[in-house]
Ligand binder design. Sequence first.
Ligand SMILES: [Zn+2]
Length: 321
Amino acid sequence: MNAPSFSKHAVDSGNILKRQYFACLIRFAFYPIALGLTLLFIYLETLRALSPLGKAYPLYLGLMISTMLLLEWLVPLRSDWAMTWRSFLRRDLPMMLINGAAIAATTGGVTAFAHWAITGPIRHTHLLPWWGEAVAAILISDFMWYWVHRYSHEGQGPVGHWLWKTHALHHLPEQVYVFMHVVGHPINSAYVRIILMAPSIALGFSEEAIFAATVLTGFQGLISHFNVDIRAGWLNRVFMGTELHRYHHSADPDEGKNYAAVITIWDQLFGTFEYHPSMHPTALGVNNRAFYPEDNQWGPLMAIPFRVTPIDSAQQRSISD
Ligand SMILES: [Zn+2]
């Protein structure tokens, strides 16, 4: 009678051990490998080795997202932060459609402006190679986003309060996972896109540089919301990844720092770098959730930036309860 249960126990223990080894491998290997493959993809695309520039991007993105979704299902960091069918259908999918439209419209507008600008007032000078321009593009756009983002959380004037109203939606979820990345107000998506593209266009950077900066920014945005225990080690001193951005989503406003999107230099320089190796926040979201509409109250959610009631200002996350 004992033998079957003993062997079942042995099989269970074996499975648990295998899962632990797998989780450990993913923990330390996934980020460097995914980052390396992203940089390799960018390089091959600039050589047109895979396709005309950018044509292979949907394939890269599909493979990257599929892998990350699979890992979130196999070895989630917190099962209570995991995506569910309910959260996907009720919140994430509509958000993808709304923000996809906002990003497409903004990209179209900025591209049309760029087309006019590069045939008119802006001349390509190319003082740097494409990769040097890509680094410059990330440094500049991340600097701009750092201050806009920080002011939207900490600014106490009317501009700061309004920026928070456009950004608050991204902080309402009490989970982080890959598809949660798309949750946000379309006004927020539009100005993020402008901040990402405008400096490179104004400086006349090459299409390779703009492509490289856009792909790397997209990769960091995805991986920042990854619900798997991955560790970047010393790379946290360079890139704004999973361990750091999770703290930005902490429900505790004192932990909600790390304002940049791609690199950590600006947070380290301006004193908002929050890094606690091997740890993660205990609760995510805003510290006063009851003041905000529910996930499926689309009218009130979209109206947040246009509300002028005093209570909206009190939702600023820098104002602690
Ligand atoms: Zn934020």
